[in-house]
Design a protein around this ligand. Structure first.
Ligand code: RRO
Length: 311
């Protein structure tokens, strides 16, 4: 028997494949759809203090090998997600994950405190969204990251991790890791969409999405290699002390296998879930199990992080 169970922040997950926070995890109906699927956890949409409509439409487009979005954090406000976590926890036997993306330090503290009294199993702090008009990607400002993580660490009584934007420079990986290691961060999720891409339709001579002159976060297969590099580098820098969750272009068991080889303890599915629907979770899990059988791996720790070298 092949075992693809895992733990994130010491929370047991029946399989290492679950949904990423995203545009199809906003309402209770959408979350129940994930609950009924083979996703091993239910990750909710990033939330803010107040409900938000998000950016003007069109704000999401499927591309041949991925997606572009500038949703602008549409969500029902944190109180709805505290309530949903109670309902989901009662009705379904799988971990519930909150995602928090407050607009200010004070908002983040209030939201984290509210989830302390909820049944969520762990929390993903999201300072990496590229789509809040007029706001920079917080994950690229190390001083602000430090300030936010300090405050959040104090406010939060649940296990929490950080969803990181992609980094592209070796020096930046080290800088972020240094900040994260100062706080009781249990996991990092690599990566958020690659910010501020532009997709143009040559027929209409217009961008595909409306906000920010057409600029939005790129997801799907286009970002897999950046995601793998981020997983690998953070896995090495954290030395097994902080779990790494991989996300970015996972459509198949081979993709999941590569992420685990790079060091991921679990993988999340974002764009592929939007495009393929809830059967994607079982598909990736079954394909991963088949690869493991062929290679005679019985559990994830048989190969996690064990990327071989060329020499
Ligand atoms: O809602 C969004 O526009 C959004 C968020 Br919060 C995020 O973290 N990543 C993304 O690609 N879009």
């Amino acid at each position: 028997m092949v075992d693809i169970s895992t733990t994130i922040a010491s929370v047991k997950l029946d399989s290492c494949v679950f949904n990423a926070s995203g545009p199809a995890d906003v309402t209770l109906a959408e979350l129940e759809k994930i609950a009924r699927s083979k996703s091993s956890a239910i990750t909710m949409k990033s939330c803010t203090l107040e409900a938000r409509e998000g950016n003007p439409e069109p704000r999401y487009a499927d591309l041949i090998d991925g997606s572009i979005n500038s949703m602008g954090l549409p969500n029902l406000g944190y109180k709805a997600y505290v309530e949903f976590s109670q309902l989901l926890n009662k009705k379904y036997k799988k971990p519930v994950v909150a995602s928090i993306s407050g607009m200010t330090l004070e908002d983040n503290i209030r939201i984290f405190e509210a989830f302390n009294d909820s049944p969520v199993d762990f929390i993903e702090f999201n300072p990496g969204s590229p789509n809040t008009i007029g706001k920079p990607i917080v994950g690229y400002d190390m001083q602000l990251m430090d300030k936010l993580l300090k405050a959040v660490s104090k406010a939060c009584k649940k296990p929490f991790g950080v969803k990181l934007p992609p980094y592209f420079d070796v020096v930046h990986f080290e800088e972020v890791a240094k900040v994260i290691k100062k706080y009781p961060v249990k996991f990092v999720t690599c990566i958020n969409s690659i910010g501020n891409g532009l997709v143009i339709d040559p027929k209409t001579e217009k961008p595909l999405i409306k906000p920010k002159g057409g600029m939005g976060g790129i997801g799907g297969k286009y970002i897999k290699y950046t995601a793998l590099a981020n997983v690998r580098r953070f896995y090495e820098l954290f030395n097994g002390k902080i779990d790494v969750i991989g996300v970015g272009g996972i459509y198949s068991g081979v993709d999941a296998f590569e992420f685990i080889l790079a060091g991921a303890s679990a993988v999340q599915i974002g764009t592929a879930y939007l495009q393929k629907g809830p059967t994607i979770f079982a598909k990736v899990q079954n394909e991963l199990k088949n690869i493991m059988k062929k290679k005679n791996y019985k559990k994830l720790s048989d190969f996690r992080g064990k990327l071989k070298t060329l020499d």
